[in-house]
Design a protein around this ligand. Structure first.
Ligand code: NAD
Ligand code: IPM
Ligand code: MN
Length: 363
């Protein structure tokens, strides 16, 4: 089956982890007889340098004409002094908005073999399997006005946190749907003790809950949720929350697994192409060194194979291959304190490809 994938490597370690992903996908195509066509586009800083825009029209059209989009990461010190609307991150936000990717899935799963990589105690993280469902196209990231006013001592800066009933309802409904398919438990995270938008959010959760009697749900304030994620992450099944809370909580949750370099994500719309990307950024501190962990991006590929291409066997094989390399003790630098044992991005990718081959031979 032929699939067309838009590849947006972006900045920093983005191209390094995307190279890993295209190699792995090519190998999956070879082993399972699929044709994966890659179409490359510029997004973020690299696009600013080439075209002046963080999201060139051509990139948007490549994405719209694809079956799925794979993104590395955008941003970096080079572009930090640009005005807000011209920054690399604006390219990513624009893409999410244009493709209407309102539902961002950020699963947090534990690899037994990685227990020692987490700063949390083994008994705290054992068996953790949660899904952070982040609203991705609304809230304070997109609200208007967003501006500076006045000057000097009088200067103020304004961001706007606004959510409509329909924006909240569609993501909350997804939360209940996922919970129904999983362990039947939904935690809605908000700040209803302070924010009006959270009070509307809470009302809608209570209303939608009526359609899902099989799901047990609760509300939790975001500050408490941040603490509970570390105290007892096993209590969570699906956590649904607004854009910025989901951004922050998912980076925090990555440390349950052991590294930000492990957490994948899938961003979905009602019916257009999905976008798959690691939750981490462009990691300027390690960019160009060839030591980035590619596993978050490769796990994002398993989500692409599952959700975009409906290829469960291929997704399972890739997940098994990732499990295998970790069980065999292969680690990138972020996952081990013994730097002499750390594999490069290229070496880790080769191990995953090797493990994929073993799956097919023994199947
Ligand atoms: P970051 O996620 O880039 O890095 C945070 C820390 O985690 C760094 O020490 C980094 O080396 C480490 N890290 C991240 N990914 C890793 C990997 N795969 N392997 C090993 N270590 C890894 O966050 P930051 O430093 O706050 O942001 C840097 C830039 O990235 C900023 O411009 C930010 O806007 C951007 N960013 C982009 C995305 C995205 O494109 N989706 C996400 C987050 C941040
Ligand atoms: C993420 C990133 C982005 C976000 C930035 C780069 C705009 O942190 O994907 O988690 O805040 O959504
Ligand atoms: Mn983030």
């Amino acid at each position: 089956m032929k699939k067309r994938i838009a590849i947006l490597p972006g900045d920093g370690i983005g191209p390094e982890v995307c190279e890993s992903a295209t190699q792995v996908l090519t190998e999956i195509g070879r082993l399972y007889n699929h044709e994966f066509e890659f179409v490359y586009g510029d997004l973020g800083g690299v696009a600013i340098d080439k075209t002046g825009s963080p999201l060139p029209e051509e990139t948007l059209s490549i994405c719209k004409q694809s079956d799925a989009v794979l993104l590395g990461a955008v941003g970096g010190p080079k572009w930090e002094t640009l005005p807000g609307h011209q920054r690399p991150e604006q390219g990513l936000l624009g893409l999410r908005k244009q493709l209407e990717l309102f539902a961002n899935l950020r699963p947090v799963t534990i690899y037994d073999s990685l227990a020692e990589a987490s700063p949390l105690k083994n008994e705290v993280i054992e068996g953790v399997d949660l899904l952070i469902l982040r609203e991705l196209t609304g809230g304070i990231y997109f609200g208007e006005p967003r501006e500076r006013r006045g000057e000097g001592e009088q200067e103020t800066a304004v961001d706007t946190l606004v959510y409509s009933r329909s924006e909240i309802e569609r993501i909350v409904r997804k939360g209940f749907e996922f919970a129904k398919e999983r362990r039947g438990q939904l935690t809605s995270v908000d700040k209803a003790n302070v924010l009006e938008s959270s009070r509307l959010w809470r009302e809608i959760v209570d209303e939608v809950a009526g359609d899902y009697p099989e799901v047990s749900y609760s509300h939790m304030l975001v500050d408490n949720a941040a603490m509970q994620l570390i105290r007892n992450p096993r209590q969570f099944d699906v956590m649904v929350t607004e854009n910025m809370f989901g951004d922050i909580l998912s980076d925090e949750a990555s440390m349950i697994t052991g590294s930000l370099g492990m957490l994948p994500s899938a961003s979905m719309s009602q019916d257009g192409p999905g976008l798959f990307e690691p939750i981490h950024g462009s990691a300027p501190d390690i960019a160009g060194k060839g030591i980035a962990n590619p596993l978050a991006t490769l796990s994002s590929l398993t989500m692409m194979l599952t959700f975009a291409f409906k290829m469960p066997n291929e997704a399972a094989a890739l997940q098994d291959a990732i499990d295998d390399v970790l069980e065999k003790g292969y680690r990138t630098a972020d996952l081990t304190s013994d730097s002499s044992k750390a594999l490069s991005t290229v070496e880790m990718t080769a191990k995953v490809i090797e493990a994929l081959g073993e799956k097919v031979v023994t199947a």
